[in-house]
Design a protein around this ligand. Structure first.
Ligand SMILES: N[C@H](CCC[C@H](N)C(=O)O)C(=O)O
Length: 263
């Protein structure tokens, strides 16, 4: 069966996007998803996203996210932003969206190629020295360090992701962070389910921004994150210790190409 697909990227985190409202693609076929994401035998992407008809009253659509290993996964922040741009391109929305993803409801706005996505509230942040662990729709280990540009992110990230602490609890994403001038941080991310460094991770930079505030590394509530694929910003409201709400991830989302592929 021929399937039409669109390729999107948000600060270098790239996705195969499929309008699956006719439910042409079987959601559970891990092998197909893995092949479509394969950078040699398929289209190539960090993940694959299905736009589906909404279940919840008042929603514009539903989001299903798959990592490039073919498995359905937790929330993807950059993917959510790209999906909103895709929905606008398809005429499913105009400049605002309400949709449900694996981690619950999301609101978003889109204008001039920039998408702002509201993320789930953060209820708990665990701190160990220069490390924070929190969930922003996906689990993130955040380590504040120096000389991030010299790190071997794939090796060092995998060592943490597969360590006993995380191995038997579903694993984690790993973010290496270096403070720049106040309210700006450099971030490199090892992504679970891609099992490599990605050029950007939306739920990752969201975790970094909140961890920086929670650990006293910034007093700001609008944080600039510089990633290998570009720049994102995260804004939030701190309610109480470890409680953050009204969290918004903002950055570009671009359609790169479209095509058809035999599935
Ligand atoms: N690989 C992540 C999900 C996608 C995260 C990332 N692409 C983002 O933009 O949030 C995980 O399995 O937890």
């Amino acid at each position: 069966m021929k399937i039409q697909f669109y390729k999107y990227q948000g600060t270098g985190n790239d996705f195969v996007m499929i309008d699956n409202r006719q439910e042409l693609l079987s959601k559970k076929d891990t092998k197909i998803v893995k092949r479509l994401c394969d950078r040699k035998f398929g289209i190539g992407a960090d993940g694959l996203i299905l736009l589906e008809n909404p279940d919840a009253e008042g929603d514009d659509f539903k989001m299903l996210y798959f990592n490039s290993d073919g498995n359905e996964s937790s929330m993807c922040g950059n993917g959510g932003r790209c999906l909103v741009a895709f929905a606008k391109f398809l005429g499913v929305i105009e400049d605002e969206a309400v949709f449900t993803a694996v981690d619950g409801p999301h609101k978003a706005t889109v204008s001039d190629g920039m998408v702002s996505l509201q993320m789930q509230n953060v209820e708990e942040i665990r701190k160990f020295g220069n490390v924070c662990f929190l969930n922003t729709g996906s689990p993130h280990h955040v380590v504040f360090t120096k000389n991030v540009k010299d790190l071997k992110v794939k090796e060092e990230g995998a060592a943490i992701r597969y360590s006993d602490v995380y191995m038997n609890n579903g694993g984690t994403n790993v973010n290496f962070v270096e403070a720049e001038e106040n309210d700006t941080f450099l971030v490199r991310t090892y992504e679970r389910g891609v099992e490599d460094e990605t050029l950007s991770c939306g739920t990752g930079v969201t975790a970094v921004a909140i961890a920086a505030n929670a650990s006293g590394r910034t007093n700001g509530n609008t944080i600039r994150l510089i990633v290998p694929g570009g720049e994102l910003s995260v804004s939030f409201e701190k309610k109480e210790e470890g409680q953050y709400e009204n969290i918004w991830l903002t950055g570009p989302a671009e359609q790169v190409f479209k095509g058809e592929i035999e599935c």
